[in-house]
Write a protein that binds this ligand. Sequence first.
Ligand code: 13P
Length: 241
Amino acid sequence: MKRIIGNWKMHKTVQETVHFLEHVLQRLSPEEVYLAVPFTAIKEAAAFGIHVGAQNVSHEPEGPFTGEISGRMLKDVGADFVLIGHSERRHIFQETDDMVHSKLLRAHQVGLKPILCVGEREGEDREAVLKRQLEHALKNCDEELALRLTIAYEPVWAIGTGKTATPEEAARAHAFCRNMIGSLFNKEIAAQIPLLYGGSVKSDNIVALLHQTEIQGALVGGASLDPKEFVKLVELSKSVV
Ligand code: 13P
């Protein structure tokens, strides 16, 4: 089963979240809906029985960290997964590879499933960036964490730009990530980790991307905000086996 995960970024109030879910759940079952919503909407979204994620988590468990939010707090309001190392966190908010690594450990410790985001910026050496980001994030991680991990390959130049990686290009990047995971853990684990593509995914390009066997799903920003488009993406993903 291919998976579509919406990343709403800094969009939607509680009321807008409820309206969105009332609409999409007329067409989809709650188990098919995966959304990383703003912190303020997690509790209400979780009440619909969907898979709810946060878009960030502190690398600290608790303490004097003004403005941060802990993994325990996210679990407490019903989050079951969390995006870690999204390029907007890395590049706008200066999250380092070390912070990404600590966040991954912290999320796992409290039982949040981590979705680790990786990807190169325009003009960067893709494989060198993926290697660095994966090695740093996953250093000394145990197999139990690896087996709960999802990886999202999101080339930064494709995010919000309307430019998508070609399906073949995305598949090559995914194969590279899977090989890296194979060498960091082992081949059996690498074969089990879902790899999602993100970057300007829409209903008119999703099918070609998902036809690549290396691509197990998509992490969708802008197109996940519109309930009709979101339903379409999930329905199209179900048509690809
Ligand atoms: P867009 O789908 O808006 O390009 O965003 C992708 C993304 O950043 C998902 O995490």
